[in-house]
Design a protein around this ligand. Sequence first.
Ligand SMILES: C[S@@+](CC[C@H](N)C(=O)[O-])C[C@H]1O[C@@H](n2cnc3c(N)ncnc32)[C@H](O)[C@@H]1O
Length: 665
Amino acid sequence: MFGRRSPRRQGLQLLSSAAGRSRRFVHWNPFAQSYKDYLHEVQPQHWPRGPKSKKELTLPTGEYNAEVIAREMAQKVKMMKVPGLKRHKVARAQIEGTPEEILTFEAQALLTKAEAELPEPSKETDGKLKPFSPLEFGTELELEVVELSSTGDGLAYSPDKNHVYAIPFCVPGDRVLAQTFKQKPHPTYTSLRFIKLLRPSPKRDGITPGCKYFAECSGCQFQMISYEDQLKHKKTVVEKAFKNFSNLDPSLIPPVGDTIGSPLQYGYRTKLTPHYDGPPRKNTAHWAGRPPPAVGFSAKNRHVIDIEHCPIGTPILNEGLTIERKKVHETYHTRKAGVTILLRESTKRVFKTGSPSPPTATSPAADGQPTSSATENTEGNTSSSSTPKPSTSVLTPSTEPSTVDSDFAAIPVPTPLSVKHHFRAPNTPEIIYDYPTYRDVKTYTSINQDFSTEYVGDFTFVSRANSFFQNNNSILPTFIKYVRDNCLPPPPASTQLVQQPNEPPIKYLLDAYCGSGLFAIGLSPLFSSVLGIDIDAYGVEAARENAKINNIPNAGFIAADADVLFADVPFPPEQSLVVIDPPRKGASIDFLEQLCAFGPKRVVYVSCNVHTQARDVGMLVTGLGKKWRYQIESVRGFDFFPQTHHVEGVCFLSRVPASPDVEEA
Ligand SMILES: C[S@@+](CC[C@H](N)C(=O)[O-])C[C@H]1O[C@@H](n2cnc3c(N)ncnc32)[C@H](O)[C@@H]1O
């Protein structure tokens, strides 16, 4: 996997080998063992072995060789000295999708509504709201919450309805006691500290938050409302994002689709990063006689809360949390600085002898019906019960796909026949989920340089523990299927956006911000060549390895800034699809301009920040003065982050000429 190594790399090799030695059976160590050997050890019969000979990789005449393209592009990128690339200083959309911007839009909308409802213009106010005078810090207020904002805060009017207050952990219909705190004054809204619930909203009826730190820890603000309400709210988040941030006429934005729910609503996060603060002024003497620091997540006011269990984390990560907390308790007095601890889940899938084919989460036949459940405790004793009844506990993950949408069925997570917890070695827990034809062995790592493996439908993804990989595995098969089902033009008759009979087919995929290749690999069955680009060299190395282990012959990956992707793409634009999945800040203007100049036939824009997504999609729709512009076909949210206010947006776009002089190819 890792050919030539820089000195830094060699350092990592040493670290990683050491890690591999101490926990040999847990993770694949690419420096000690080839991935093929590792896989052969765990699943010799079923692993796709990759092409047997070079001949298998031979491309049909006239096809592009993505690996060669990627290599040549990487060479050119080096010559272009990427870090020195001239950046546009153009009004880089002044909107960044910050909570302040979001609250400003949403508070302003409430104030505009209040103004419209004012009685006949009176002499003093001239039809305007009274000017607002900020309150002293520490003032307590009783407020009625009228709306849930896209930041997850409840919004309430001030008594004169001339200002909006944003209060965490409350929903419309709540009456709450809240308090002002020190902050920069804002003309439309003020954030408040939640003090007490005075009268609960009917929305809370029958709902028990699944976490004992709810309303103390700053995450997972939506645990007090039903999952259906969470999904409905996230649809409005996407709607408001496109309304407020795209700068588009509403006629250009299609109705937002219903949010697709996550099969697991608790116990879904495969990565957690709790942290703890170091001593003041790095002075370890501070710890003398003091208890260990809090290890956990931040409260709203930024201090760290001690967290023993995180119910949105997967079970194995919670076992890891207990172990890593214990390690901190043993060593904190020697630490000069605070630390963020990485907890990343990894899965080893072992197929049972004689099972007909590698079952996947997309083959419901593999799900099996629960006949008995068994749990082995740390002493190795096994307890079992027959045919477990569905639990009503909020902490029990639902295996039913939960979505309010009727036009797209989510894929449920399979139900294991049994679940066994045990320790392979001290501090090395494993949870084994037994299914009819395979077993998933879950482990965790806290070492950045380790590798973790995840299975998504028929595909296997390996990535470095601290590189990006989507954190909710339970929704990924549904999500990838959705993108795969919709990324090519819809069949004739179902819509006006049909592919004309004489149009060349879309055969080439450009995966911008590809990470370890989730889209490049997950969508590869539809394309003859795929080319990915990501700035994280480790992600790109993993993507190359993933292409091999998934037996994808025509894939190339470039470790570079996505801004250079269009510099030299040989694919014909009318036969190309571009997937964009940038970090929260969105794509650069350079990138979007080049995209509109290149003009791929179709674009899929995926983002964990629907506000910057809406901003960028708005720019693609205008065409930024280039040859091509785009029209939005559809947009909807996927709930990658149940219990939180975050939503993943998926938007499909198709190319149109920017002016009548431009001819379609
Ligand atoms: C949201 S992740 C998406 C990764 C991948 N598509 C997936 O779903 O697993 C965003 C990715 O953008 C990459 N990235 C951030 N800035 C970049 C840039 N300027 N050019 C290219 N990639 C970048 C990060 O390394 C990260 O892998």
